[in-house]
Design a protein around this ligand. Structure first.
Ligand SMILES: [Zn+2]
Length: 146
């Protein structure tokens, strides 16, 4: 799976969670863009399968991203509903690419989230989003001179 495939799966999934409303104040979020602009992101996106280093779970626990509604209620978007086969592909991508790029799981997952947010917003808004860590060949283990 490529970066692009992972981002597309996540973007399509999270867009599909809207419209939705805040369960406390009833504020209406018509789409992912409204949600990003009107809520405050809380902490890192957590993948529970990644935390457990379970790369091919039969029943994925999924991932969760938390944000606060202006009324103070914490809302959560999860990966529930993404087909298991696709989640397995994403998990393998996280496992392989963190090793290949030398970045942590949280950093890589955060970069995917940032890219999804950037796409949801389209051009215009700037949220200080960081790009996906560059892929590249892993540094070759140089044979030590004997
Ligand atoms: Zn609210």
């Amino acid at each position: 799976m490529t970066d692009e495939e992972v981002v597309r799966i996540m973007h399509a999934h999270f867009e599909g969670l809207f419209p939705r409303g805040c369960p406390t104040c009833g504020r209406y979020f018509a789409n992912l863009r409204d949600y990003i602009l009107d809520t405050e992101l809380i902490g890192d996106t957590i993948s529970y399968d990644v935390e457990l280093c379970d790369w091919e779970p039969e029943e994925p626990l999924g991932a969760a991203a938390f944000a606060n509604c202006p009324c103070g209620t914490t809302m959560v978007l999860t990966t529930r509903g993404i087909p298991v086969a696709q989640l397995h592909g994403v998990l393998r991508w996280v496992r392989d690419e963190t090793g290949r790029r030398g970045v942590g799981h949280t950093e890589l997952i955060g970069a995917v989230r940032d890219e999804v947010r950037r796409r949801a917003l389209g051009s215009g808004e700037k949220l200080g989003i960081v790009p996906l860590p560059a892929g590249g060949p892993a540094p070759a283990a140089a044979a030590p001179e004997a």
